[in-house]
Design a protein around this ligand. Structure first.
Ligand SMILES: [Zn+2]
Ligand SMILES: [Zn+2]
Length: 439
């Protein structure tokens, strides 16, 4: 993004609140009910990562209905919708599309009853437990607002529906399909994510790093199987694995600087079939989180070193070690945030715009930043303040994202989300008729 573009933007910023047409908040007051109906549909039709066919189709038809030029099945079931309105910069708004293999327990009348087969062949309930249905509906609300108020802005809005955020491959798939080569590269990209611990009406931001590097590691520890009564004739992969699990814990605690955040969690361990059989292998599945590229490299190399050393110390064959799901850390662009914060404060009030802590969670929205686009993902409060206070009184934590009990207070969350995101677009794009020289 050129400096000149920003400078002109700052000049135009003062005009955003006094433009002709309807203010996003006024529009939301009248139309949020219609968007909540759309939300209920998405909530009742969740689909797993890379299977978001119906979700993509419904989003595409909603965006077509407002006059956007829509491409479907882009990088999997991804959607790209271009809403053009004269000269000016191009802003990308991203929603994710996928849901999770979680069986909903909210008891809501519109709760999901969908089931699907997961990767391991099990049947599971499917639920929008990460609130991506709010993100999709929010995007539709913003598209409806912008399409109905084209006299307020000039430029291009590129809406994308990204598959498979939860697996970390969706952004890469859309980029590999040519998101920034078949379509012109946007000047900035915005996204929001619901926050299960933040009250509706609030938005959260953080400059710089907000989400961690995420890597998955599969280690197959190898031994030599045999009878459980004669361990001397075997190499026991379960004993090897047990030693390795403990050894892995020393990487973060003993090898990294104490001020470098990092996590190694062994989330699954599978080995053996029966009491009296020593198996051949034991499978460990790890999630590995870090912030800097240096720490990430250290962790992955140390995991390999520890796994090889465990095998060597037992006289066992070398283990197989596979790294996957590499999602880089999200880095929010400081200039973009600086430019948008006054708008956020104007829309929701000074005290409702809060700086949030970084998290060890991951988000592949980072990929668009690494592809050269300034990005900003902010958090959207999604649970009514009274409800949050109720949990606090009971000394309980409100259900977190990915919990079968999590549900957003959709109308209030969408009212804020649509107003804030629409206002952000108006801030980044010149008012209609003022676009000359805005590039
Ligand atoms: Zn999630
Ligand atoms: Zn999510």
């Amino acid at each position: 993004m050129s400096r000149c573009w920003f400078a002109v933007g700052v000049l135009l910023a003062c005009c955003a609140s006094t433009r002709a047409g309807e203010d996003p908040k006024a529009w939301v007051d009248k139309h949020v009910g219609e968007v909540v109906e759309v939300y209920h549909w998405f909530h009742q039709h969740p689909e797993l990562s890379f299977e978001e066919k119906e979700t993509g189709e419904r989003l595409a038809s909603e965006l077509k209905a407002v006059g956007a030029e829509v491409t479907t099945e882009f990088g999997g079931h991804g959607v790209v919708a271009i809403l053009s309105n004269g000269p000016g910069p191009r802003i990308m708004l991203r929603t994710d599309l996928d849901a999770l293999p979680v069986t909903e327990k909210t008891g809501l009348v519109y709760a999901s009853k969908v089931t699907a087969k997961t990767e391991d062949g099990q049947t599971s309930g499917v639920m929008h437990a990460c609130g991506h249905d709010i993100h999709i509906s929010n995007q539709i609300g913003v598209a409806r607002y912008l399409a109905a108020n084209k006299d307020r802005w000039s430029g291009t809005v590129m809406f994308i529906g990204q598959p498979a955020e939860e697996k970390g491959g969706g952004a890469q798939a859309m980029l590999a399909a040519g998101l920034f080569t078949k379509f012109p590269k946007p000047s900035a990209a915005l996204a929001l994510h619901v926050d299960s611990q933040m009250a509706t009406g609030k938005v959260g931001y953080r400059v710089g790093q907000t989400h961690a590097n995420v890597d998955s590691v599969d280690i197959i520890v190898r031994g030599r199987g045999g009878h459980g009564a004669y361990p001397s004739l075997t190499i026991d992969p379960i004993v090897e694995a047990a030693r390795l699990v403990m050894d892995l814990q020393t990487i973060v605690s003993r090898e990294l600087k104490a001020i470098d955040p990092a996590v190694i969690t062994v989330g699954a361990i599978h080995g053996g079939t029966k009491h009296n059989i020593i198996g051949d292998t034991c499978h460990l599945q790890l999630t590995v989180r870090s912030y800097t590229p240096e720490v990430r490299k250290h962790l992955l190399e140390a995991i390999r070193r520890k796994a090889l050393a465990t095998a060597a110390s037992s006289g066992a064959p070398e283990p197989s070690i596979e790294f996957s799901d590499g999602t880089p850390a999200v880095f929010n662009d400081a200039k973009l945030i600086e430019r948008l914060l006054p708008t956020f404060r104007r829309v929701v009030g000074e005290s409702n715009v809060v700086e949030v802590d970084p998290t060890m969670g991951g988000e592949d929205f980072s990929e668009y930043g690494l592809a050269g686009v300034p990005i900003f993902m902010f958090r959207l409060g999604s649970v009514d303040a009274q409800r949050l206070a109720g949990f606090k009184r009971l000394n309980q934590t409100a259900p977190t994202l990915h919990s079968p009990d999590y549900y957003p207070d959709a109308e209030a969350a969408l009212s804020t989300g649509i107003a804030v995101m629409s206002s952000a677009v108006l801030e980044l794009l010149p008012a209609s008729g003022e676009s000359s020289g805005a590039k």
